[in-house]
Design a protein around this ligand. Structure first.
Ligand code: CO
Length: 218
């Protein structure tokens, strides 16, 4: 790649930013001044890093509306201090009302996890999806078409991550305090831009094995 091509692709972002800033202030000169006062989003989004699934664009929302965490294949891993810090801040400080785990059909991470190939460090991360596969092996292996099988694994993976969130102390404490926190599992179709709602958990009585339930003193 020549230097001029690199410069052009880079400069596109700087020009785009100027257009963005101008367009927002065109209708509302106070737009950024208001945003800079603070954030109070109602939603935490846990999505895939895939460039084709941007939280604000696919939900037609604006800056300030969604607190976002993205990683490969939208996983909720209880030892991930990055995600857990985001979750704690979103639930306890921002007091979001909804947590959305959004997977997407055609997910490269899910596809990679279905193979026996090694890819590097990400193998350890994808191991979490292999566990979901193994738990649902009978159902999945009845699906002969590999694209359809990976799409079903994408759905099962999202539903598992919703449960993983329900198993955290952060979420259970919020429920204990009577805050109406709802966790939603979504899958996004890149071929039509539409979201399908998969599962919802809004208290710890639903679909949460006893062993994962915490008791709170206060
Ligand atoms: Co993906």
């Amino acid at each position: 790649m020549s230097k001029s091509i690199i410069d052009e692709s880079y400069n596109k972002l700087i020009r785009g930013n100027k257009l963005f800033s101008d367009s927002r202030t065109f209708n509302d000169p106070e737009y950024f001044k208001k945003l800079s006062l603070g954030q109070k989003p109602d939603y935490l989004w846990i999505g895939c890093s895939d460039s084709r699934v941007p939280a604000n664009e696919v939900t037609n929302t604006e800056s300030g509306e969604i607190f976002v965490h993205r990683n490969i294949a939208n996983l909720v891993v209880h030892t991930d201090f990055n995600l857990m810090s985001v979750l704690e801040y979103a639930v306890n400080v921002l007091e979001v009302k909804h947590i959305i785990v959004c997977g997407h059909y055609g997910c490269g991470g899910v596809r990679a996890a279905m193979t026996n190939k090694t890819f590097g460090l990400v193998d350890k991360w994808l191991r979490n999806i292999k566990d979901v596969y193994h738990r649902n092996q009978n159902e999945l292996e009845q699906i002969m078409d590999i694209d359809k099988r990976s799409d079903r694994l994408t759905e099962l993976n999202v539903m598992q991550q919703v449960k993983n969130l329900a198993e955290t102390k952060i979420v259970q404490k919020a429920w204990h305090q009577g805050r109406g926190l709802v966790i939603h599992g979504w899958v996004y179709g890149m071929n039509n831009g539409l979201i399908t709602e998969l599962n919802t958990i809004h208290d710890n009585k639903e679909d949460l094995p006893e062993i994962y339930r915490y008791e709170f003193e206060d």
